[in-house]
Design a protein around this ligand. Structure first.
Ligand code: AMP
Length: 114
């Protein structure tokens, strides 16, 4: 989608701090980190959210998860642990309508997730 913020980031039209990239996914640092490590993993092609992703090819869906694990490895989080969060829709407070997974770590997090 031409006017989508994360599509523009994936195309390099808006600058970002890249962490990882492969054929299907792109990962970059969140502009307002909520944990010492806070990286967003997105599909390069536009998918709005997890519900819209239900018809996508398995390779892309699995690739998102592999990319999150790769980011954790690159950021040195595999021993200490990390959290992967992905918001879909209004109640979950999704603010950017391009599917993304937050990979967060570098501190002990709270038990509460909702
Ligand atoms: P969500 O609220 O789950 O939709 O997450 C959207 C995330 O995108 C938030 O954590 C924002 O801080 C982050 N964000 C918004 N604009 C940018 C940007 N230009 N570069 C990096 N992260 C961004």
């Amino acid at each position: 989608m031409n006017d989508c913020l994360f599509c523009k980031i994936a195309r390099g039209e808006i600058p970002s701090k890249a962490v990882y990239e492969d054929e299907l996914t792109f990962a970059f640092r969140d502009i307002a980190p909520q944990t010492p490590t806070h990286v967003l993993v997105i599909p390069k092609r536009h998918i709005a959210n997890w519900y819209e992703a239900r018809g996508e090819e398995d390779a892309l869906l699995a690739g998102m998860m592999r990319a999150a694990a790769k980011v954790a490895e690159l950021e040195g989080l595999t021993e200490s642990g990390f959290r992967v969060v992905s918001n879909t829709g209004a109640d979950a407070r999704q603010t950017v309508q391009h599917l993304h997974m937050h990979v967060m770590g570098g501190c002990e997090m709270t038990e509460k997730m909702g």
